[in-house]
Design a protein around this ligand. Structure first.
Ligand code: NAD
Length: 391
């Protein structure tokens, strides 16, 4: 459908007082509806992820933007691995998206071409002011950060500047501009070494490295803006993000994650996988982590924005599956899915690696109402392989 025709349909729909802008097979399509039909479909949509509109269109996995006016959002770090997936899903759901990214780890190709991309740094206050002055944002998804744990130990000040000092600037400018909704990418690193295996949002917060401390400080700053400046916010504490939307053509941005390393060995780029310790108190002696598919990370962000008006002013949700996989289980599953032998070699334990980290995700499931759809280990490994075998 060409843009002119699309625009005409949108205008006609608006003139009739109701309607929905949909994606059909990833292309924009419009269904013109009476306001009554629109409300019935909205109700149905709360109970299902797929709706049929006679012979007109099928809507899958997207929900309409609240009103006909498309909401505009800012995604910092939208050229990154998780940000790139979020931007694509936001566009599918009907949002207008502006991305701010300095491409320090992210890649321009990771950004959906339908988003507006501004190359720049969060530390650039005048750029931030310009961006907020020239856009009417509904909310900000703040994903930009430095996130290598070992690097954070070596460069604690640089990490503090990028991850904490910059968020104060961002929140200040949001406040000045009257944009007071933020959805923040936090991390399970805020918990450090847990007392209990299953980690809930109320578990003790004892980060063990500068990166985890940065995320905790950022959460506290956001809470401060919620308490004293009328902000509403959600912080998501991700466990181990992995997997890909293979249609999104997004490539990995970090090489330290286990599944990345497994893929390197599977494709012959590395001879052997180093396993750090096989004498942990787990079934097979290797560490257990909660791996969660990147789409099961980004889709709750969109849901959170849609539900934010009904939520408390500051909410925190773990994003994990509630299920752990050991290093050996990941490797065995990868061998089966890829049908290749992945040689392993045991190396000494790394300092500060807890035996088991698993999310209690009941708040995500019951309170936010998100249902995990993509996070089987097989799917996370097979989508990673499809993307990484060629990059
Ligand atoms: N990947 C994980 O397993 C994981 C787990 C927990 C939390 N997180 C958090 O999720 C977010 C996204 O992580 P990711 O895995 O997509 O990492 P990523 O490195 O792919 O994405 C971060 C993006 O932020 C950009 N960026 C960094 N500093 C910037 C600055 N000063 N100005 C503008 N852009 C800047 C980078 O260029 C990159 O595109 C981060 O906040 C990270 O801490 C990630």
């Amino acid at each position: 459908m060409d843009n002119f025709y699309l625009q005409e349909l949108i205008e006609e729909t608006n003139a009739r007082g109701g309607g929905m802008l949909l994606n059909f097979q990833d292309k924009p399509a419009v269904v013109v509806l009476s306001i009554d039909r629109y409300n019935i479909l909205l109700n149905q949509m709360q109970n299902t992820s797929t709706l049929s509109f006679g012979e007109t269109a099928t809507l899958t996995r997207t929900r309409p933007v609240k009103n006909m006016v498309r909401q505009k959002v800012l995604v910092t770090g939208g050229a990154g691995y998780i940000g790139g997936h979020l931007v694509r899903e936001l566009i599918k759901a009907g949002y207008e998206v502006v991305v701010l990214d300095n491409l320090s780890t992210g890649r321009k190709d990771n950004i959906d071409p339908k988003a507006v991309f501004i190359e720049g740094d969060l530390a650039d206050v005048s750029l931030l002011k310009d961006i907020f002055a020239s856009n009417n944002f509904e909310a900000v998804f703040h994903m930009a950060a430095s996130l290598e744990v070992e690097e954070s130990v070596k460069q604690p000040l640089a990490y503090l500047e990028n991850n904490v000092a910059n968020i104060i600037k961002l929140l200040g400018i949001m406040n000045e501009s009257g944009v007071r909704k933020i959805i923040f990418s936090s991390s399970a690193a805020v918990y450090g070494e847990p007392e209990k295996v299953l980690i809930s949002e109320n578990s003790p917060l004892r980060p063990k490295n500068p990166y985890g401390s940065n995320k905790l400080l950022s959460e506290r700053l956001i809470k401060y803006f919620c308490e004293y400046m009328g902000f509403k916010a959600v912080a998501f504490r991700y466990f181990n993000a992995c997997g890909f939307d293979t249609e999104a053509r997004i490539v990995p941005t970090h090489q330290s994650h286990l599944i990345y390393k497994v893929m390197q060995v599977a494709k012959g780029a590395q001879p052997v996988l180093e396993v750090f310790g096989n004498d942990y108190p787990t079934n097979d002696g290797t560490c257990i982590r909660d791996y969660v598919h990147v789409l099961d990370i980004v889709l709750p962000h969109i849901l959170a924005l849609q539900k934010m008006d009904e939520m408390e002013k500051f909410e925190i949700f773990n994003i994990g599956t509630g299920r752990g996989s050991s290093v050996a289980e990941v490797v065995n599953c990868a061998s089966e899915v890829i049908n290749r032998i992945i040689p392993m070699e045991v190396a000494p334990r790394r300092a500060g690696d807890p035996a088991e980290l698993i999310a209690d995700n009941s708040k995500l499931l019951n309170q936010l109402g998100y249902e995990l759809k993509y996070s089987s280990l097989e799917n996370m490994i097979s989508t990673s392989w499809q993307v990484m075998k060629d990059v």
